[in-house]
Ligand binder design. Structure first.
Ligand code: A3P
Length: 297
């Protein structure tokens, strides 16, 4: 059955928890506190990983909160009705999560001292992860084929809109003292240094033992075993665990096993066109967006 997406200001959102009213409230009426910490991503860029890291940092590396409280209660999705209620009742400092593009982010944020952590990921790996996620999550249309999904992704015809617009929009705030950009690739390459920088940014300095605990408890293996963040607690009508695993592979470069040479070249062409003025600064560009597909054309 076709999924009826929620449409808000030209962008589609997965139904169920999001409504036009909740999105409108988040944009226009959500009360931002000066010590709020927003965890923002385009889908499949490491959102849930960052929730684990930030929850652990706020608790000085102690994993008890992460192990006993669902991630959606620790860092609520405030654009949904349920998440909004949770967010209202959380003590400060709050962790808040969303995939909102900047143009519909809470207006109150822009006159506040609240902080934003924006996590980016190689768009090709985002696409692959999104493709698999869409198959298991009932709020998303089952992709007709990988190639069809690639086309939709490049056209921005997916939930939360175009990856390119999302990145370009948020990157306009680069340089502001209350915004911290980090990539999935950085987190993978240097988890220790990343946690140290993140804790410094949110004003919670940690000693070596605490940083080590954050890194260990937010590792892919630890998260896979933790039902408070591995999505196994989600109702079957929302997430069909028989069709995949939310914490799927957790690696960089999985796109190489999915893209054909032709798809890779096509992706690169669109990427070069759309990223004008914002190229050469991302970790996945260090060796170029070369077409080194391991899958047959
Ligand atoms: P894959 O599907 O490539 O495995 P989000 O939370 O934004 O939906 O992102 C989900 C992606 O982040 C999935 O990617 C998931 O496996 C990955 N991920 C989550 N926790 C991770 C961790 N601790 N280390 C590495 N990757 C992680």
């Amino acid at each position: 059955m076709a999924v009826q997406y929620v449409q808000y200001k030209g962008i589609k959102f997965p139904p169920g928890y999001n409504t036009v009213e909740s999105l409108c409230f988040a944009e226009n009426e959500f009360q931002v506190r000066d010590d709020d910490i927003f965890n923002i991503t385009y889908p499949k860029s490491g959102t849930v990983w960052m929730i684990e890291i930030l929850s652990l940092i706020l608790n000085g590396g102690n994993p008890t909160w992460n192990q006993h409280v669902l991630n959606s209660l620790r860092a609520p999705w405030f654009t949904t009705q349920l998440g909004l209620e949770t967010a209202h009742n959380l003590p400060s400092p709050r962790l808040l999560t969303c995939h909102l593009p900047i143009q519909i982010f809470p207006k109150a944020f822009f006159s506040s001292k609240a902080k934003v952590i924006y996590t980016l990921r190689d768009p090709r790996d985002v696409l692959v992860s999104y493709y698999h996620f869409s198959k298991m999550c009932t709020c998303f249309e089952d992709p007709k084929s990988f190639n069809h999904f690639l086309e939709s992704f490049l056209n921005g015809d997916v939930c939360f809109g175009s990856w390119f617009d999302h990145i370009m929009g948020w990157m306009k705030l680069k340089g502001k003292s209350n915004i911290f950009f980090i990539s999935y690739e950085q987190l993978k390459q240097d988890p220790w240094g990343s946690v140290e920088s993140l804790s410094h940014f949110i004003g919670k300095e940690l000693d070596e033992a605490a940083i080590t605990s954050v890194v260990e408890n937010a590792s892919f293996d630890a998260m896979r075993k933790n039902s408070m963040c591995n999505s196994t607690m989600l109702p079957r009508e929302f997430m069909d665990q028989g069709k995949g695993t939310f914490l799927r592979k957790g690696i960089c470069g999985d796109w190489k096993t999915h893209f054909t040479v032709a798809e890779s070249e096509y992706f690169d062409k669109i990427y070069q066109e759309k990223m004008q003025g914002l190229k050469g600064i991302f970790p996945w560009e260090q060796t170029g967006l070369e077409s080194n597909s391991e899958r047959d054309p």
